[in-house]
Write a protein that binds this ligand. Structure first.
Ligand code: PLP
Length: 357
């Protein structure tokens, strides 16, 4: 039996997509083999690669002067790839809004003069700094932000005010809300939260920024090389790219990113409204900065939190344990989490509160 899986990543995929992949597994498109078994240079796979790319371009309205790449190494590899490719003048500013943002900054320190322009560490990353107040240094190559903070449950609702290119880690909110790509120099996202299984990482980069990499930049990490080779410089993660294609086809059928955003706002509102109205549960994030994707909450008692997670699991609501840096619970309600899953969670939370409140 399928459960409602609230895991932060890898995370739930649409059941229709899994069923289609299951049907295709032994014989994809009359090739007599699965996507995992065929040459990445075969027409059958090149078509998958091209369709996944063109669907992403269409769904996110990505202009032609941006490259769309499917690479490996996860978002964490991008923490190094970004400075290696873009720190042309050796200087970049970072905004620290969580664990991954801090890791990105620490990696950049290895390759140049990275500096912290703002941080919300003072309140355990429960808010996003006010973009009107953040000042950047002159001559920087880019400003790095993390648009959704998966562990702490915050998201940006406005962007840094700067002429420097904005580089964004969108691993946990890509395709969840409408994004104006032209406001960014580069966007990257590990696929395993909103798009596909782990193994493929999406990079969307303004082409005019590419080709100026540092000499030490590994060939595999060079965006210009990946772009020239249509992400087929070496063997790509074929199966995750194929699942991404199916997820993107479904998203298009459902009405695209705007329609998905409406559903996501509805799901998040249901859950936050319930938490705010309850006596037992609390979410400590600044209201205006609350994530649509990751909803952390606590009961105030570690013992009760543990009991909650255990009983929820027994009721088919799984992976609700919060990250060790925050404790309590976290419900990740990505694109693939149906409204019914959120409603089932709320019903369980009500029952648990009646029994333990
Ligand atoms: C999950 C996540 C990462 C790490 O992704 P990997 O693909 O495991 O390297 C980085 N940034 C954000 C915002 C994430 O949610």
């Amino acid at each position: 039996m399928r459960v409602y899986n609230f895991a932060a990543g890898p995370s739930t995929l649409p059941v229709e997509v899994l069923e289609e992949a299951q049907r295709d597994l032994l014989d994809f498109n009359h090739t007599g083999m699965s996507v995992t078994e065929m040459s990445h240079r075969s027409k059958a796979f090149m078509d998958v690669n091209a369709e996944a790319q063109s669907l992403l371009r269409e769904l996110m309205t990505i202009p032609d002067d941006y490259a769309v790449l499917f690479v490996q190494g996860g978002a964490s590899q991008q923490f190094a790839a970004v400075p290696l490719n873009l720190m042309v003048n050796g200087k970049a500013d970072y905004i620290l809004t969580g664990n991954f943002a801090t890791k990105a900054y620490e990696e950049a320190l290895k390759y140049g003069d990275a500096a912290v322009a703002a941080s919300s560490k003072d309140k355990n990353f429960t808010y996003i700094p006010d973009m009107k107040e953040v000042k950047f240094r002159d001559g920087i190559d880019y400003v790095h932000i993390t648009t959704n903070n998966t562990i702490f449950g915050t998201r940006y609702t406005s962007l840094p005010e700067t002429d420097a290119p904005i580089v964004a880690d969108m691993s946990s909110n890509i395709l969840s809300e409408v994004t104006d790509v032209t406001k960014f120099g580069l966007i990257y996202a590990g696929a395993q939260k909103n798009v596909a299984p782990a193994g493929v990482t999406i990079v969307i980069a303004k082409r005019s920024l590419l080709g100026k990499h540092k000499n030490i930049c590994p060939t595999m990490l060079r965006y210009d090389i990946q772009d020239k080779n249509d992400s087929l410089y070496n063997t790509p993660p074929c199966f995750p790219i194929y699942i991404a294609m199916l997820v993107l086809r479904r998203l298009k059928k459902l009405g695209g990113v705007k329609a998905m955003q409406e559903v996501n706002e509805y799901k998040a509102k249901l859950l936050y409204d319930f938490i705010d109205g309850s006596k037992l549960y609390k979410n400590y994030v600044e209201k205006k900065d609350r994530s649509l994707m990751n909803v952390p909450f606590v009961t105030g008692s570690e013992e009760l939190d543990a009991k909650f997670v255990k009983e929820a699991t027994a009721n088919g609501l799984v992976s609700l344990k919060g990250h060790r840096l925050v404790g309590g619970m976290r419900a990740s309600i990505y694109n693939a989490m149906p409204v019914e899953g959120v409603k089932a969670l709320i019903e369980f939370m009500k029952k648990f509160e009646r029994e333990n409140g």
